[in-house]
Design a protein around this ligand. Structure first.
Ligand code: NAD
Length: 455
């Protein structure tokens, strides 16, 4: 029996030791999920809707407990963790409306009536990363179940606790237990088994671009459906006419939120040259005042990084880069890293091109609008981005010019349950959230009905 030790990043202590799922157990779960799925898909839409609503209620009822679990396992500040749990409940509530709105079309054809149906895919494999474990699990589990699928969820081996809790709550809320399995273990073994499993019809993956590429290649063998939410190196464009206080303040969330371990982190900030000095002054103020420490303390704004290995990776990027200023971080136990601002730095510097996934931001001055768009787009990624300006026409021009999937004007917001989320280029394939997720977990079936009198 292999054991997974789940570590608390703020203390480096073992939070829990869990048994890894054996390959034969995964097989058995998929078989049971497949038969449970057929029954689930034949339930009335109202029944499925009620179960999803009940799951949302259970999550809300246990908000404080789950938030503590997530804060301790991820190192996420407790107030952010509360937001994540409330967001997970909102996701189930939103998709509770989906079963009764799985609308098809009637299409004019010769000789009869033609209609389409949205059918579930079957058993779907869900693979999630460690940075927002509950949030991302909810983005996948809720629409998949709502549309009549069964799910097998493989959370990151570093942060499996909230996924296990979510599954317990879903069953307590009335979900048939074989519709939702959680498997525990490394991606290199269990993740691959899930991707290769012949009964799994789709893989919905969130994680690194490197693993996403491998999953796309392996899924090709079975023409398996895939949704990929991958890495990013998103840009913020701060024009000289912007509200610089708001842009600098917003960066606290956009780059230092979740210790920068955020796929949408705006880790490249292009600042129009006349505003550069003032912006840097305001940013220094933000960094100086950022409260980094115990994730369970109410006042904490930034916690530790996820692991010792990841802290070394982030340090390696910073060691070879020009640091203009940095904030403070606790010393002693925990994988701490201070918020760090890099300047002056060239666009092609490794720290300005690659996803660091830590609280590190590169400041890059620019002169004019077209130059800023071109340089912001000069990346293999295309996940998110922000445009800070008081000129409305410019904000729309720039938004249309940027090759990224989730943009915000005068805001760092990237994600809402009701709107599509996903990346251009190597940041992903397909969209999650909003109505798009319903399409992502269903197949279109077309039926022609012969109405000719001689039929
Ligand atoms: P990762 O790719 O290392 O792992 C993600 C998940 O995939 C984990 O559950 C892991 O066990 C599993 N896995 C690893 N190798 C696998 C394989 N060969 N086959 C199948 N599964 C495998 O990513 P991570 O380090 O956990 O997360 C950080 C990355 O996730 C960053 O690149 C970040 O940008 C990305 N991310 C993207 C989004 C998004 O929505 N676009 C959101 C959050 C995180």
């Amino acid at each position: 029996m292999s054991v997974i030790n789940v570590i608390e990043p703020a203390t480096e202590r073992i939070l829990e030791s869990l048994e890894q799922t054996a390959p034969s157990d995964l097989d058995a779960m998929v078989t049971r999920a497949s038969s449970a799925q057929r029954k689930w898909a034949s339930e009335t839409p109202q029944t499925r809707a009620q179960v999803l609503l009940a799951i949302a209620t259970e999550i809300d009822r246990n908000l404080e407990e789950i938030a503590h679990l997530e804060a301790r396992n991820v190192g996420m500040p407790i107030n952010d963790a509360r937001g994540a749990v409330a967001g997970a409940a909102a996701t189930f509530r939103y998709y509770a409306a989906a079963p009764e709105r799985l609308l098809g079309q009637t299409i004019p054809v010769a000789g009869g009536v033609d209609m389409t149906f949205r059918e579930p895919i079957g058993v779907v494999g869900l693979i999630t990363p460690w940075n927002y474990p509950l949030t991302i699990a909810a983005w996948k589990v809720a629409p998949a179940l709502a549309t009549g699928n069964a799910v097998v969820l493989k959370p990151s081996e570093m942060t499996p606790l909230s996924a296990l809790r979510l599954r317990d709550l879903a069953v307590a809320a009335g979900l048939p237990e074989d519709l939702f399995h959680v498997v525990l273990g490394p991606g290199s073994t269990l993740g691959r088994q899930l991707v290769d499993h012949p009964t799994i019809g789709k893989i919905a993956f969130t994680g690194s671009t490197a693993v996403g590429k491998e999953i796309a290649r392996r899924a090709a063998d079975g023409i398996k459906r895939v949704t990929l939410e991958l890495g990013g190196k998103s840009a913020a464009l701060v024009f000289a006419d912007a509200d610089l206080d708001a842009a600098a303040q917003g960066l606290a969330g956009a780059v230092f939120g979740n210790s920068g371990q955020d796929c949408c982190a705006r880790s490249r900030v292009f600042v129009q040259r006349p505003a550069l000095d003032l912006f840097l002054e305001k940013l220094q103020d933000v960094v100086d005042n950022l409260r980094v420490g115990d994730p369970l303390a109410e006042s904490t704004q930034m916690g530790p990084l996820i692991s010792a290995g990841h802290a070394m990776t982030v340090a390696d990027y910073v060691e070879a880069a020009p640091v203009l200023f940095r904030g403070s971080a606790p010393s002693g136990d925990g994988y701490w890293f201070p918020p760090t601002v890099l300047y002056p730095i060239e666009d092609d510097h490794r720290a300005a091109r690659e996803e660091i996934f830590g609280p590190v931001v590169a400041i890059l001055p620019f002169d004019d609008e077209q130059e800023a768009i071109t340089r912001a787009n000069d990346t293999v990624y295309g996940l998110a981005g922000s445009i800070w300006t008081s000129d409305a026409a410019r904000s729309l021009r720039v938004a249309r010019g940027l090759t990224a999937g989730a943009l915000a004007v005068n805001s760092y917001s990237s994600v809402r349950v009701t709107t599509p989320f996903g990346g251009f280029k190597q940041s992903g394939l397909g969209r999650e959230l909003g109505p798009d997720a319903v399409d992502a977990y269903t197949e279109v079936k077309n039926v022609f009905f012969n109405t000719s009198p001689n039929a």
